[in-house]
Structure formats: structure tokens, C-alpha cells
Design a binder for this molecule. Structure first.
Ligand code: ZN
Length: 114
């Protein structure tokens, strides 16, 4: 069974394209992205580290919208695996600045390739 990352809450879930049992979130609309962040491509340890970033962003910015947190996560993912993932660029450049500031406010783990 595939182990995959829930982008909504940061928990690991069974099945990249299944809803998360921890938070009920549906899988990401981008199926390729959802599968990229599974144990087909990344170690469970690395998936847990990405999950930690998601959880920390939720804790640090409870009032931020899910879209804002997601953009911050997208930037973090892109910086570590640019060949695998390119974030959607928001039309409003200030949203990128805010997402960057959100990332700067949380402790980011070292992500090493396996
Ligand atoms: Zn979840």
C-alpha cells in the first residue's frame, strides 16, 4: 500500500489518491503531484519532514487560508525538488511575498534526497 503525504494536515496517509483519514481532506487535485509525494518516490522519513512543515504552518498561521499555506508549502517543495514540482504563480506578487514570510517564520527541516 502506498504511503503518501496529506497536503492539508501533514499526516501520512495510505494511498496517494485517497482522502486523508486524519483530516478528511480529499487528495490533491493534481494527481501527479499527489503521487510524487508518496513512498514511490520519497522515503517515509522525507515525507514526514514535509508533513512537519505543513503542520508547523498550520500552527503558526491558523488564520491563513488553506490556499496561502499551500502556496508556502509549494515554494518549499519547489526549492527542494524543482525537477519534480513547479508551483503555480499567483497573479498577485504580494501573495508570493507573504508565503515567503510564512516560510521564514517556521523552522524548516533539512530535506535530503534518498
Ligand atoms: Zn490530512
Amino acid at each position: 500500500m502506498t504511503i503518501a503525504l496529506c497536503f492539508a494536515c501533514g499526516e501520512l496517509k495510505r494511498g496517494a489518491l485517497c482522502p486523508c483519514v486524519a483530516c478528511d481532506a480529499e487528495t490533491d487535485a493534481d494527481e501527479r503531484l499527489a503521487i510524487s509525494y508518496s513512498d514511490h518516490y520519497l522515503s517515509v522519513d522525507v515525507l514526514k519532514r514535509f508533513g512537519r512543515v505543513i503542520a508547523d504552518l498550520r500552527t503558526a498561521f491558523p488564520d491563513a487560508s488553506a490556499t496561502e499555506r499551500r502556496l508556502a508549502l509549494d515554494i518549499f517543495l519547489y526549492e527542494h525538488m524543482p525537477e519534480r514540482f513547479r508551483p503555480r504563480q499567483p497573479k498577485d506578487a504580494s501573495r508570493m511575498d507573504r508565503a515567503r514570510a510564512m516560510l521564514d517564520a517556521v523552522e524548516l527541516p533539512k530535506i535530503t534526497r534518498t
